[in-house]
Design a protein around this ligand. Structure first.
Ligand SMILES: Nc1nc2c(ncn2[C@@H]2O[C@H](COP(=O)(O)OP(=O)(O)OP(=O)(O)O)[C@@H](O)[C@H]2O)c(=O)[nH]1
Ligand SMILES: [Mg+2]
Length: 391
C-alpha cells in the first residue's frame, strides 16, 4: 500500500502496570522496640484504556507511537502507607474503532461513542502489606503479598467508519462525482479506474437543516473477494452503514448483472451485508436519452428502489436524496436499522487470518520492549528487619 494519511489499521503493543508489592515492615521506634507489623499495601497498576474521541478521524496518530505502557504501582511503605497507584494510559481512538488480539485474532471491543472508555488490559492489584496478616499467634509476619503481574498484549486496531450511506460500485461508476455533487467533500475524480484509494466521507445536506453522512470507498471489481483490485479491505468501512447505495453506470451492457456481481462480492465479504437496506442508482444518465432510459427501466432488478441520476448535470439528485432520506428514516426501517446497528457482530478472526492480515498491512516492523516481571513475585523483606524482635 502506498503511504498515506488515511490509516485505518495499526498494531500496537499494550502493557498494563504491575501491582506494587505490599510492605513487610516491622515497626521499631525509639522506646517502641516491638512495634509490630505496619507494612502498607502496594499501589494498583495502571490500566490500558481505549477512549473514543470524535476529534480523530483516522489512526494516524498511533502509527508512530506503538507502545502503550501503563505505570506500575509503587510498593507499600512502613507506617501502613499505601504505594502510589500506577498511571493509566489512555489511547484516544476515532469513533468506530474495533480492537482485536493480534496473535489469536480474538475480538476485544468496539468503541463507537465520543468519550466511551473501554479497559483493554487491567493493571495488577497491589499486594497486601504484612499489617493484614497479623494474628494473635503470629505477631511478627515477616512476609507480605507481592503485587499482581502486568498483562501485555499485541493489539490490532481497525477503523470501521461510521456513516449512514455507503457507496458500492465498480471503479469509474461515478461514486466520487456523486459525493462531490451532493456534499462539500472534494474527492479526486478522474477517468481511470481506482482513482479513489482511500475512503472519503461527506455530509449531505437535506431539507430543513437535516443531513446524513455518505461514505465513498474505492471501487470493487469482480473477484475482489479473491484479492483482485484493491480487494475487499475497504468494505469494512461500509459494514456499519444501515443503507448501501449501489451505483451502476447507464452505459454498461447489463445493469442487472453488474448489480448481481457487486452483491455477490459483498456477500462473500460478510453475509450480513445482505441484511442492509439497498438502493440502486443508475449513474451518468446525461449520456443517454429518455428513450434509452425507458428501455433500461425494463431490465432493472425490482427488489430495491432505483433512481436515474447524473453527478455531472445534477439530474435526479434531489430525488435520490429523497429516496435515501426516506429509506434512512422510514419508521419500519428505523427500527430495523437500530436493530442492525445493535446486532453488528464483529466476529473473532482465526490466528492464521490475523497473521496474514498483519503481514499484508506491512505494519509489523517495530520492536517492542519486553520486561520480565516474574522476579517481582518473590517476597521481599525490608532491610532493617533482622534487627527487630531478635530475642
Ligand atoms: N458524463 C458523465 N460522466 C460522469 C458522471 N459521473 C462521473 N463521470 C465521469 O466518470 C469518471 C469516473 O468518475 P469517478 O467519480 O472518479 O468514479 P469513481 O466511481 O469514484 O471511480 P473510482 O474512484 O476509480 O472507483 C470521471 O471521468 C467522471 O467525470 C456522470 O454523471 N456523467
Ligand atoms: Mg472515486
Amino acid at each position: 500500500m502506498p503511504e498515506s494519511n488515511f490509516v485505518d489499521y495499526v498494531k500496537i503493543f499494550c502493557r498494563s502496570g504491575k501491582g506494587g508489592r505490599g510492605s513487610a515492615h516491622l515497626r521499631h521506634d525509639k522506646y517502641i522496640p516491638n512495634g509490630g507489623p505496619d507494612g502498607g499495601d502496594g499501589g494498583h497498576g495502571g490500566d490500558v484504556i481505549l477512549k473514543g474521541n470524535r476529534n480523530y478521524w483516522t489512526l494516524l496518530h498511533l502509527r508512530y507511537q506503538r507502545h502503550a505502557l501503563a505505570g506500575n504501582g509503587e510498593p507499600g511503605g512502613s507506617n501502613k502507607c499505601f504505594g502510589k497507584d500506577g498511571d493509566d494510559i489512555i489511547i484516544d481512538v476515532p469513533c468506530g474503532t474495533v480492537a482485536y488480539n493480534a496473535v489469536t485474532g480474538e475480538y476485544l471491543c468496539d468503541v463507537t461513542d465520543d468519550g466511551q472508555r473501554v479497559v483493554l488490559l487491567h493493571g495488577g492489584r497491589g499486594g497486601l502489606g504484612n499489617w493484614h496478616f497479623r494474628t494473635a499467634t503470629r505477631q511478627a509476619p515477616r512476609f507480605a503479598q507481592p503485587g499482581e503481574p502486568a498483562q501485555e498484549m499485541m493489539v490490532v486496531l481497525e477503523l470501521k467508519l461510521l456513516a449512514d450511506v455507503g457507496l458500492v460500485g465498480f471503479p469509474n461508476a461515478g461514486k466520487s462525482t456523486l459525493l462531490s455533487a451532493i456534499s462539500a467533500a472534494k474527492p479526486k475524480i478522474a477517468n481511470y479506474p481506482f482513482t479513489t484509494l482511500e475512503p472519503n466521507l461527506g455530509i449531505v445536506p437535506y431539507r430543513d437543516g437535516k443531513s446524513f453522512i455518505m461514505a465513498d470507498i474505492p471501487g470493487i471489481i469482480e473477484g475482489a473477494s479473491e484479492g483482485k483490485g484493491l480487494g475487499l479491505r475497504f468494505l469494512r468501512h461500509i459494514e456499519r452503514n444501515s443503507l448501501l447505495l449501489f451505483m451502476v453506470p447507464a452505459d454498461t451492457g447489463n445493469i442487472a448483472r453488474d448489480y448481481e456481481v457487486l452483491l455477490g462480492e459483498l456477500t462473500r465479504f460478510n453475509p450480513e451485508m445482505l441484511d442492509k437496506r439497498r438502493v440502486l442508482a443508475i449513474t451518468k444518465c446525461d449520456l443517454i436519452d429518455e428513450e434509452l432510459q425507458a428501455m433500461l427501466e425494463e431490465n432493472i432488478p425490482t427488489d430495491l428502489p432505483h433512481v436515474f441520476i447524473s453527478g455531472v448535470s445534477g439530474y435526479g439528485l434531489p430525488q435520490l436524496k429523497d429516496v435515501l432520506w426516506n429509506e434512512l428514516n422510514n419508521e419500519s426501517n428505523r427500527i430495523e436499522a437500530d436493530y442492525l446497528s445493535e446486532k453488528i457482530v464483529h466476529r473473532s478472526k482465526s490466528a492464521d487470518e490475523i497473521r496474514a492480515e498483519v503481514d499484508t498491512m506491512g505494519d509489523d516492523d517495530f520492536e517492542y520492549e519486553y520486561e520480565d516481571n516474574a522476579d517481582d513475585g518473590e517476597i521481599e523483606y525490608e532491610d532493617d528487619i533482622e534487627t527487630v524482635f531478635d530475642k
